[in-house]
Design a protein around this ligand. Structure first.
Ligand SMILES: NC(=O)c1ccc[n+]([C@@H]2O[C@H](COP(=O)([O-])OP(=O)(O)OC[C@H]3O[C@@H](n4cnc5c(N)ncnc54)[C@H](O)[C@@H]3O)[C@@H](O)[C@H]2O)c1
Length: 331
């Protein structure tokens, strides 16, 4: 992900890449021809650094972000914000105590289709939201798992991928109040799950189901349905979320809006119209937002506290998968 961020910075006229910190390799610093640091503390102390992007393994997120706060350097911190809710609250307290600037990298929130869906939902165009369904199903390459941290606690399809989907559902539908999960590592056989299914309820009474797997050949998922990242083949026809309300439904990200003209019941023909939006590239939009945040011209769209609320859902999902219980997500 750090390599991708370097590419986004290279395309952005208001940002210049000046250094890379990585304790294990200098390859990205060499290809981008910038200063290389083994220790991120040295990068944070460099005179030409105005802001940093933290894209190291999940277990390193909080210590690195705390060092950025201590150095007074604004940071875009990749998701998940932390690997536990307790760790996230340490970071949240540090942000408050020091007036530190952290934007968490739930990049999907910057996608124009998300803003459009949110405005349609809040304007009541779908009526009251009753049921949502989401899928993130794809096949990661074998070499992705050569990085040992991708196979062990602190990774897994729930913390790495489903975290994005549930974050968006919080953003679009409401706060998740309960979750029940089943997780499986049957295909890859690693310590962490490769596949998971969850059932959630929201504070407004809506309910939802989500399924995620990094081990299947399938077209359903954010990365295939949006043109957010050209690395992934684009599948224009398949929706990754279905959001159903008392007056209509939305196929996302196409923003196909289904509704009844006149009488509303299942024997009546369904009409469909599409809401037009700008194209994707939420990573570039996120970077531009981060530049404003780092200059203190904008408040972070995703704060540590906000991302910590999403993390609590994943933590509850892990607990549910381990115990078989329905877990009430602590606010
Ligand atoms: N927003 C997204 O769409 C998205 C996509 C992929 C990954 N991510 C996130 O980005 C982060 C990195 O994931 P990845 O898959 O690119 O991992 P990766 O293992 O491929 O890359 C991590 C890099 O960090 C380096 N590293 C390890 N320990 C370090 C340390 N202590 N300090 C600095 N660098 C260190 C490694 O050498 C490696 O180059 C994760 O938090 C992941 O969740 C986000």
């Amino acid at each position: 992900m750090g390599t991708k961020h370097a590419e986004f910075i290279a395309r952005e006229q208001n940002a210049t890449l000046v250094g890379i910190a990585d304790p294990f390799t200098t390859s990205l610093a060499e290809t981008t021809e910038v200063s290389s640091y083994t220790d991120y503390r040295d990068l944070l102390a460099a005179p030409d650094v105005d802001a940093v992007i933290i894209a190291n393994p999940n277990v390193e997120h909080v210590p690195t972000a705390l060092a950025a706060i201590e150095a007074g350097i604004p940071a875009l911190l990749e998701k998940p914000v932390a690997v536990s809710a307790d760790e996230a609250s340490v970071l949240s307290l540090a942000v408050k105590a020091s007036d530190g600037v952290i934007l968490v990298g739930h990049h999907r929130r910057h996608h124009p289709a998300v803003a459009a869906a949110r405005s349609m939902i809040s304007a009541g165009e779908l009526g009251r939201i009753v049921a949502v369904n989401g899928m993130w199903l794809t096949k990661k390459s074998a070499d992705y798992f050569e990085q040992s941290w991708h196979r062990t606690a602190g990774a897994g399809v729930m913390l790495i991928n489903l975290v994005h989907d549930l974050d968006l559902m919080r953003h679009l539908v409401g706060e998740v109040t309960t979750i029940q999960a089943i997780a499986s590592n049957t295909i890859r056989g690693y310590e962490v799950e490769d596949t998971a299914a969850v059932i959630v309820s929201f504070d407004n009474g809506a309910i939802g189901t989500f399924i995620a797997s990094d081990s299947v050949v399938a077209p359903w998922g954010w990365d295939q349905s949006t043109q957010d990242d050209p690395q992934f083949p684009f599948n224009p026809d398949t929706a990754c979320y279905s959001i159903a309300g008392t007056d209509g439904s939305l196929a996302f990200p196409q923003l196909g809006h289904y509704y009844h003209d006149g009488e509303s019941n299942w024997t009546h023909p369904l009409s469909r119209r599409f809401r037009a939006t700008a194209g994707g590239d939420s990573y570039t939009r996120q970077l531009r937002h981060f530049i404003d945040v780092a200059r203190r011209q904008s408040e972070p769209m995703v704060t540590v506290e906000d991302a910590a609320a999403t993390l609590k859902i994943i933590e509850s999902a892990h607990r549910s998968a381990a115990t078989g219980e329905l877990i009430r997500v602590q606010p």
